[in-house]
Design a binder for this molecule. Structure first.
Ligand code: 6PG
Length: 239
């Protein structure tokens, strides 16, 4: 499903409302809410909104488990860290127990080894079916999502839930959830705005199936829901 909004503020409101409703439903049904945060710049406004007085009191934060969809393999105080942005905009402002937060980075270990550890952490909380209640994703201008970049071997992964590799184009390691675990989710929200996303969004939604070039095409939840929240600039081909 695609929902098109006039402004970024409208997208943020809708994303925060979907997050809140999903958290309330999961916590009332099974006592906890498992959510995957996205990096990049797109979610910052939504995170700030969730931490604001309008949303914060509506959510039972102590029963939320936070994971990430991907991470640049840099220390948690590095400005490129997705976790750093998430703490600054949301996590430092809401009462989530520290033990419920799983940043995708650890000092003194390789990204590849930490990918194995991270998968185990997911199994410990989610069990063997690996079904997140909600996964937030961004869309890169080139059609990537999480750290599933065009042409990379990780796109073919069928078994592992978490993988890490050296992304030559950016001269850095990346760690990422893989398509199989993402597609298990109950609900997936993709945030995309701005003209520079228009080409990729159009290819993802209407182009030939070529996930090696547009990795977002790999995201097709088995039984869950996939919702694109986009603005009219990103969705110019839809209008
Ligand atoms: C990252 C990401 C990545 C991001 C897209 C969109 O760490 O880079 O998680 O997949 O979501 O590149 O980024 P923007 O939101 O900044 O456009």
């Amino acid at each position: 499903m695609i929902q098109i909004f006039n402004t970024i503020e409208d997208i943020n409101e809708q994303a925060a409302a979907v997050f809140t409703a999903a958290a309330q439903k999961a916590i009332s049904e099974k006592g906890s809410f498992t959510v995957v945060l996205t990096g990049g710049s797109s979610p910052a406004g939504m995170y700030r909104l969730l931490a604001s007085n309008a949303y914060k009191p509506k959510i039972d934060w102590k029963n939320i488990y936070i994971f990430w969809g991907d991470e640049r393999w840099v220390p948690l105080d590095d400005d490129r860290s997705n976790a750093k942005m998430s703490f600054e905009t949301l996590l430092s402002h809401v009462p989530i127990p520290e033990k419920n937060i799983f940043p995708m980075y650890k000092k003194g270990i390789t990204a590849e080894d930490y990918a194995l550890e991270y998968e185990q952490s997911i199994r410990n909380i989610l069990g063997t079916n690996g079904k997140f209640d909600l996964i937030l994703l961004g869309l890169g201008d080139d059609g990537h999502t999480a750290s599933l970049f065009p042409g990379e071997v990780v796109l073919k992964e069928q078994k592992k839930w978490v993988d890490a590799y050296f992304l030559t184009a950016q001269n850095m390691h990346r760690i990422t959830l893989t398509a199989p675990i993402i597609n298990n989710a109950e609900k997936i929200i993709v945030l995309a705005f701005g003209q520079k996303k228009a080409h990729a969004l159009n290819e993802v939604l209407h182009g030939d199936y070529n996930p090696n070039m547009y990795p977002m095409q790999l995201i097709k939840p088995h039984s869950g829901e996939l919702i694109f929240l986009v603005d009219k600039n990103a969705a110019s081909s839809e209008l």
